[in-house]
Ligand binder design. Structure first.
Ligand code: FES
Length: 107
């Protein structure tokens, strides 16, 4: 099963196995990763699953859709070019080894 690395707001790194087809938010919250609130449960309506996609594998992540891009205007922490909502990224084998830094605050 492919894995990705979450960097929690504290700086701790968590390597998490993610079933293909799961959202990265699902993977994080189901395995106790700190810092993702996911108040809407993954329906792209809360912007509390904000992460920064880091490293050279970031280019493999499909671009955000219009709905996600609009919601990113509502994130509590700074929006950066690599900001994403982790509920909108689905795991694929190509994303093995991806690194997501969780935003310092979600609300
Ligand atoms: S969980 Fe609400 S926007 Fe991602």
């Amino acid at each position: 099963m492919p894995n990705i690395t979450f960097i929690e707001p504290s700086g701790d790194e968590r390597v998490v196995d993610v079933p293909v087809g799961w959202s990265l938010m699902q993977a994080a919250t189901s395995q106790g990763v700190e810092g993702i609130d996911a108040e809407c449960g993954g329906s792209c309506a809360c912007a509390t699953c904000h992460c920064y996609v880091e490293g050279e594998l970031a280019a493999r992540v499909p671009a955000p859709g219009a709905g996600e891009s609009s919601m990113l205007d509502s994130v509590a922490a700074e929006r950066r070019p690599n900001s994403r909502l982790s509920c909108q990224i689905k795991m694929t084998p190509e994303l093995e080894g991806l690194v997501l830094r969780i935003a310092a605050t979600q609300t």
